[in-house]
Ligand binder design. Sequence first.
Ligand SMILES: Cc1cc2nc3c(=O)[nH]c(=O)nc-3n(C[C@H](O)[C@H](O)[C@H](O)COP(=O)(O)OP(=O)(O)OC[C@H]3O[C@@H](n4cnc5c(N)ncnc54)[C@H](O)[C@@H]3O)c2cc1C
Length: 390
Amino acid sequence: MTASDPGFDPAEFLPDDLLERIRERAPLHDRDNTFPEQDLAELRDAGYLSILVPTERGGAGLGLAEAAILQQRLATAAPATALAINMHLVWTGVAKVFSDRGVPGLEFVQDGAVAGEVFAFGISEGGNDLVLFGSDTDAVPTGDGGYAFTGTKIFTSLAPVWTRLGLHGLDTTSADAPKLVFAFVDRTDAVVTGDDWDTLGMRATQSRTTRLHGATADAAHVVRRIDPGPNPDPIVFGIFSVFEVLLASVYTGIARRALDLAVQTAHTRRSKRSGAAYSQDPDIRWRIADMGLAYDALPPQIAALARDVDERVDHGARWFTLLSGLKHRAITMAKHVVDQAMLVAGGGSYFSSNELSRLYRDVLAGAFHPSDPESAHSTAASAWLGPLEA
Ligand SMILES: Cc1cc2nc3c(=O)[nH]c(=O)nc-3n(C[C@H](O)[C@H](O)[C@H](O)COP(=O)(O)OP(=O)(O)OC[C@H]3O[C@@H](n4cnc5c(N)ncnc54)[C@H](O)[C@@H]3O)c2cc1C
């Protein structure tokens, strides 16, 4: 099934009534700074955790293109729920990149997702602007093919609920060191989740700090050992491609919701001066049009690049600027659209109880995810101008 397949109906995987319940709970989790346990339970029951798992392993067999549409839809209801689930979908998406290309090693992620496991994404570390290409976490061989990880991961979404954490660390002691090790650890006493998530927005993601004190991954859950630095390994392409596409989807979903709310308000607010609805005001019409023009560019871009990942199109080195550019355009567009929506809605949107004020806070998180604006620009500059001369 593909997103362009008329047989693909997003409501089959995310029914309207489920979406409405998630939407109703979103302000409560934002206000109380709590993880949306019920959203997760209902999404799990609906099979959402295994949408990217092939049907022969018990999943829905969707591609990245369909998952991207679903994540846009989920983000219109609850951006933080969508962003948190994104991290689990990233790992199942990387598993799909592997299996589509005949690379073994992540079948346990697919089987785990079908069994209801929740995979978190433990990549970010304080001050590690190398992101995927380096790590300050120690990965020490246990002697039987496994590794023990010690270090601190920051912003671990799904913190209260994950069952397995996919992470990376640096092996500096093996004969062929240094090697970056990608692996999955279980939730044991060697993993300590902080209680430090009190943020401006995306509060329900509960992306708390994770301290690893020799957390072990056995040999079966060590996925890759690669050279640090830029690397053509499928783990790097898999994470990069799925992460950027799904992240762009979440923020594009936020923009869609802001646009819909702005349109609703424009129809209901009336001008005392003219007696007409604001939808008849030329300035408001221009603003809504401006939002629509910006928003309309993103869903087709997401669909095209997601399809290229699904169909194994080889963009070579261009992939990196295409993907980081997509994420950059999505978050820039979304911030612009939410800004405009606040202006259309007027002072009411400044109240905490107004959904737009939450979207306004949530959308700001977009710039911090990789690829951040600096990284997206340096990737694009290198693609067009060549690397910086030493
Ligand atoms: C809502 C949200 C959810 C996220 N979910 C995930 C997730 O699930 N998994 C994941 O891997 N990433 C996640 N991220 C992380 C994100 O992608 C970025 O890595 C993160 O925002 C850090 O950005 P930064 O490097 O600009 O932050 P910075 O401000 O540079 O650093 C973040 C923290 O690290 C500290 N720090 C900075 N420099 C150093 C240093 N040199 N030494 C020690 N500490 C330092 C800072 O004090 C700060 O507390 C999430 C981000 C957000 C906003």
